[in-house]
Design a protein around this ligand. Structure first.
Ligand SMILES: N[C@@H](CCC[C@H](N)C(=O)O)C(=O)O
Length: 289
């Protein structure tokens, strides 16, 4: 009888994840294993994978262990590593709550993008402090087919290019990563958001995620969109001392983003665990080859 590895499946505004609890960091999860687990036909399926490890047990997180007991070892669906995942950290917190590791209220989660403050509201949404946005200077262009747009470079720990478009359909099928220029703007690739206005401080977006393809939501992307839209609208909370809140519709739901007067960004939305089960370790070994 082959060994079994526990997993759960969850999503935040339909940005979906395979969750693999591994408190002592005993599992070997090379990129091929992550890609096999995230495969929607031959595996479990997900935009990414949340490897749940005690910070003290992970070489990339041990230095954060005093502040945050748990480390979100986030991987994209293609197996690549990313600095941060905004929806992922909210789903990660929901998992910790379900497993009895934390209760409602405040907790800290270690990520490659630093320690994030999370708040699990009673019976409701999960809020995460996403840190401050960086807005590197320089013109960026993204294109799809024969259309191209100027884009705002926003770094939320991970890289984003935010393009305002007339119609979200103009982004096309997004089967492949939208080309961008100059290449030097994003040496490690980029997440690309396409944005339209819906009303006052209310926008809608589609996203092509680095390492995952088009997804139904992206939390860091929604924050990048809120900041880019605020600057376009002439709103700068740090300069004016007035917070700016934007509602961002994604294909999988709605996220609410506030940029505070100190520049800190908070994102609120749902986080859901939908299933749990066991992975056949022999299958995973064969899938990796
Ligand atoms: N879906 C995530 C972002 C995941 C990482 C991204 N694909 C990257 O490579 O930077 C989110 O909710 O933020």
């Amino acid at each position: 009888m082959s060994t079994r590895i526990a997993f759960l499946k969850g999503h935040g505004t339909e940005n979906d994840f395979v969750i693999v609890p591994d408190p002592e960091n005993t599992l070997d999860l090379p990129p091929a294993a992550v890609a096999a687990l995230c495969d929607r036909r031959a595996g479990i399926g997900g935009d990414g994978l949340l490897h749940v490890v005690r910070s003290a047990e992970h070489p990339e997180a041990a230095h954060m262990a005093a502040e945050a007991e748990w480390f979100m070892d986030y991987r994209n669906g293609d197996g690549s590593v990313a600095e941060m995942c905004g929806n992922g950290v909210r789903v990660f917190a929901r998992y910790l709550q379900r497993a009895g590791h934390v209760t409602e209220g405040d907790l800290a989660v270690a990520t490659r993008g630093g320690v994030k403050a999370v708040h699990i509201a009673k019976g409701g949404d999960v809020t995460v402090g996403m840190g401050k946005a960086l807005l590197p200077e320089g013109d960026v262009t993204v294109s799809v087919g024969d259309r191209s747009w100027p884009a705002r470079n926003v770094n939320m720990g991970n890289p984003h290019a935010v393009a305002f478009v007339d119609d979200l359909a103009h982004a096309g099928d997004l089967y492949s990563p939208p080309p961008f220029s100059p290449a030097a703007a994003y040496p490690s690739g980029v997440n690309v958001e396409f944005v339209v206005d819906r009303g006052p401080r209310h926008v809608a977006m589609r996203v092509h995620e680095r390492g995952a393809g088009e997804t139904r939501s992206c939390g860091t992307g929604a924050c990048a969109v809120a900041v880019a839209t605020a600057r376009r609208d002439g709103a700068d909370p740090v300069a004016t001392g007035t917070p700016a809140t934007y509602t961002v519709d994604v294909p999988g739901g709605t996220l609410v983003i506030t940029e505070r007067s100190d520049g800190e960004i908070e994102m609120t939305g749902p986080a859901v665990i939908v299933a749990e089960g066991e992975i056949d370790a022999d299958w995973l070994e064969n899938a990796v080859g």
